[in-house]
Design a protein around this ligand. Structure first.
Ligand code: HEC
Ligand code: HEC
Length: 378
């Protein structure tokens, strides 16, 4: 499984690619906002309704094809195992109002304070031969903890990559993606509408909650300009967290799905299912009525889908009887749905239009290695 993928981006019927190349070469002349000229959070009124322009938050802008934070307390972070979104490159930041912090917690979502602003930017490398080079950024999603709960919306970047504008209605962007293995896939990349955020970010009865801001996802280190540093320690240094252990150690990290140094096939497959499925497939998530629960901590084989008949049969199940059949990936509905792109069959049911081949391979290996047999099915 290749850890790095290169992309060639051809935006069908859209000026996105050519304008992206232009904006890239003209980048050095662009005047981007700097930390000296804006105040993170501005007047704070976003807690009662999100701003129209991304620049109003003073969180991030784009310089030389890279998203960058606009102040030291706007802290970039990465996750042990992220969500797959059609091979998009992602950049995340977190910021809390000065003096406001969350208490460290080893389990569950961190309880980030009112006024917290989290950004998550999505882009695609302009040059497929240079996956680490300039990126055409498509959208930056914002979650802000408001007066009465979390607020969420996506901001669409202009062609010049100088401003992103609130796009509550979302957008579908067709593009072609090529892996380093040469495999081409056509994507219909989804910029979700504000009504779609709760499908994934909702935890009944709460409409919107962050998903990735959990200690076991944040145990990795990042270079903030002085060499690799524990993310949790850095969040504490910047006043976003309190109560982090002095040595920066957190809970047992969630394995990184594509790094064999972090766990065996089974634990990495389970980490992938946790990060990509469990926010819906959990007691309070969108798929709670299926009884298929895919959190990393789940131990009940039936709840994990092993020899579990799906609640709704039909096309999504083909002729197969169970979500997961030990030793038999080809007979497992879970694998079938991970490898599908057709609406109503594909899982996740939103936010993915291409097949994540590398992950499907890992999940197949996991199923192949599971012991036991299921009773005769339908
Ligand atoms: C397909 C499901 C899905 C949809 C739809 C979705 N998100 Fe997310 N989002 C996630 C997952 C999973 C994470 C955490 C993992 C990661 O960041 O890779 C996340 C992370 C985020 C983060 C970083 C904070 C956090 O929750 O960890 C922001 C900000 C965010 N999403 C905003 C939005 C907004 C705004 C929308 C709607 C316009 C939206 N998301 C729609 C699944 C989704
Ligand atoms: C955005 C929410 C969402 C996400 C994310 C999601 N699912 Fe689902 N899933 C559903 C819903 C809703 C159903 C029930 C309707 C259906 O079967 O299509 C379902 C049903 C299923 C079923 C049938 C389960 C049963 O026993 O009835 C399987 C298997 C499945 N999902 C696998 C996955 C896998 C694997 C992932 C992650 C790669 C995933 N899902 C991510 C919403 C989601």
């Amino acid at each position: 499984m290749s850890a790095r993928i290169a992309f060639s981006l051809a935006l069908l019927g859209s000026a996105l690619l050519s304008s992206a190349a232009m904006s890239c070469s003209s980048k050095s002349n662009s005047t981007t906002t700097s930390s000296a000229t804006c105040t993170p959070g501005a007047d704070g009124s976003y807690v009662n309704g999100l701003y129209d322009s991304l620049s109003d938050y003073c969180m991030v802008d784009i310089e030389n094809g890279q998203v960058r934070p606009l102040s030291e307390r706007v802290v970039p972070y990465s996750l042990a195992t992220p969500l797959f979104s059609d091979y998009a490159v992602k950049y995340r930041t977190v910021w809390t109002p000065p003096g406001q912090s969350a208490p460290y917690s080893a389990t569950g979502q961190l309880d980030l304070p009112k006024g917290t602003i989290i950004t998550k930017s999505f882009g695609f490398p302009i040059d497929p031969a240079a996956p680490d080079g300039a990126i055409r950024w498509v959208e930056t999603r914002i979650m802000a903890r408001g007066e009465t709960g979390w607020l969420a919306s996506s901001y669409l970047w202009n062609d010049a990559q100088t401003e992103a504008t609130n796009q509550p209605g979302g957008k579908v962007i067709p593009l072609d993606i090529t892996g380093t293995d040469g495999v081409k896939q056509h994507a219909t990349y989804l910029v979700p509408s504000t009504t779609q955020c709760p499908k994934c970010h909702g935890q009944e009865p709460v409409k919107l909650l962050p998903i990735g801001t959990r200690a076991d996802q944040l145990t990795g280190s990042m270079d903030y300009g002085h060499g690799p540093e524990s993310q949790l320690t850095h969040w504490q240094t910047e006043g976003i967290l309190t109560g982090v252990a002095a040595d920066g150690t957190g809970p047992t990290p969630l394995p990184t799905w594509n790094d064999p140094n972090t766990g065996d096939v089974a634990s990495r497959a389970r980490a992938y299912l946790d990060a990509n499925c469990a926010y819906c497939h959990s007691e309070h998530g969108e798929a709670r009525t299926t009884g298929l629960f895919l959190a990393f901590t789940e131990t009940d084989p039936l709840r994990l889908g092993i020899c579990k008949a799906p609640v709704a049969a039909g096309r999504a199940s083909t002729t197969n009887s169970f979500d997961v059949v030990p030793g038999k990936p080809d007979e497992s509905i879970l694998i079938h749905r991970v490898e599908a792109t057709e609406a109503s069959i594909a899982m996740p049911e939103i936010g993915r239009s291409t097949i994540h081949h590398e992950a499907a391979t890992l999940l197949r290996q996991w199923v192949s290695g599971l012991p036991g047999t299921c009773p005769a099915g339908k």
